[in-house]
Design a protein around this ligand. Structure first.
Ligand code: GTP
Ligand code: MG
Length: 370
């Protein structure tokens, strides 16, 4: 075991708890009989008692299902690219997506500020592209990081009248950390004070050098407002994604990532999930972080009920017992009982960890006193 109480440990040693407590006291630690000691600490105390200790690593059940079985290359099929739109606040990310989707989300946002992640799928020349809109406001770093992690390509939106700003740089760092190629969309070129070349100049400092200047970064000049350069941007996205040969196996139980989740008054817990492999079906039993359930309904980005979601598709998942956290992995399992058991084991593990963290003698404590 990873840890045990002083009493359990004493029993194994064939000593009294008092003797163990005394030994711990030699290290300046006041422990109680029910206090947990970790394996390293136990090793030191056992050695003090004259035992020779060999540590065996226990084979642990993978209750978090972190490992995905690799797919046979023959099962892989092309999937749409997942494209995350990032950039400084008000540089026009949502407007750009509105122009691409021919919608008007910007108009419905409170104060014109995006406060959550939006996920949409569009079709261009018969090919699907999944877009993720992220907030540019400085308060939403975690959401940007999450957006960068699930994506294949990052669109860095920089307003030509404002230039490189703090969250522009932050977005570059997120994309680089996630190893994702960046396409720069220099926006608002319709403005009289637009200086697209200044933006290009500024970005060279961050290693983003236009092809025309001998670099390898794709720059597209756009106006979300006047719908200039949209077609070219979409072409570039497809070009860059073709180079990546994005594939997934759609013919297996789904795995996906929660991009956001909330409690809806009428519908209960709702999780927006980006399916990454396999196909998610209505009726599937799922475990999502600490939550579980049977998929009661799937709703696509246009608010339509769908029966299934294939790789790269964002869907709202209804039917979970509770609200999962953004970033949680959704995994389809055999049946609801399995899902529930896993979720309960996870909850227990988490609870135990929290408890242990507050009531534990660790190796660190020992060394503090030596
Ligand atoms: P956050 O999500 O809060 O970070 O903002 P955002 O990057 O999504 O910007 P948003 O699309 O909300 O646009 C901000 C403002 O810029 C709005 O008033 C838009 O109308 C305006 N805007 C966006 N694109 C253009 C453009 O191409 N030209 C001009 N002139 N204005 C634009
Ligand atoms: Mg926005």
């Amino acid at each position: 075991p990873e840890s045990m109480t002083v009493q359990e440990f004493a029993k194994i040693m064939g000593k009294t708890a008092a003797e163990v407590i005394k030994k711990l006291m030699n290290y300046g630690i006041l422990a109680t009989i029910n206090q947990e000691i970790d394996a390293d600490t136990a090793t030191i105390i056992a050695t003090d008692f004259g035992f020779e200790v060999t540590v065996e690593k226990e084979e642990k059940e993978d209750i978090w299902l972190t490992e995905e079985t690799p797919d046979d290359p023959e099962t892989l099929e092309p999937r749409p690219p997942i494209v995350t739109v990032m950039g400084h606040v008000d540089h026009g990310k949502t407007s750009l997506l509105d122009a691409i989707r021919q919608t008007n989300v910007t108009a419905t946002e409170a104060g014109g500020i995006t406060q959550h992640i939006g996920a949409y799928q569009v079709e261009h020349h018969g090919r699907k592209i999944t877009f993720i809109d992220t907030p540019g406001h400085e308060a939403f770093t975690a959401m940007r990081a999450r957006g960068a992690q699930v994506t294949d390509i990052a669109i860095l939106v920089v307003a030509a009248d404002d230039g490189v700003m703090p969250q522009t740089i932050e977005a570059i760092n997120h994309a680089k950390a996630a190893g994702v190629p960046i396409i720069v969309a220099v926006n608002k070129i319709d403005k009289p004070n637009a200086q697209p070349d200044r933006v290009k100049q500024q970005l060279t400092e961050y290693g983003l050098i236009p092809e025309a200047w001998g670099g390898d970064t794709v720059f597209v000049e756009v106006s979300a407002l006047k719908k200039i350069g949209i077609e070219e941007l979409l072409e570039m996205i497809l070009l860059v994604s073709d180079l990546k040969e994005l594939k997934a196996n759609p013919n297996k139980p789904a795995r996906g990532t929660v991009i956001e989740a909330q409690l809806d008054k009428g519908r209960g817990p709702v999780a927006t999930v980006l399916v990454q492999s396999g196909t998610l079906n209505v009726g599937d039993a799922v475990v999502v972080g600490l939550t579980y359930g049977r998929v009661r309904a799937l709703v696509d980005d246009k608010g339509r009920r769908v029966k299934k979601a294939t790789p790269s598709m964002p869907v709202e998942v209804l039917g979970l017992n509770d609200v999962p956290s953004a970033g949680d992995i959704l995994v389809v399992v055999e049946d609801e009982k399995t899902a529930r058991t896993l979720a309960e084991k996870r909850q227990n593990q988490k609870r135990e960890e929290e408890l242990r963290a507050s009531n534990k003698v660790s190796l660190e404590d020992l060394f503090k006193h030596i």
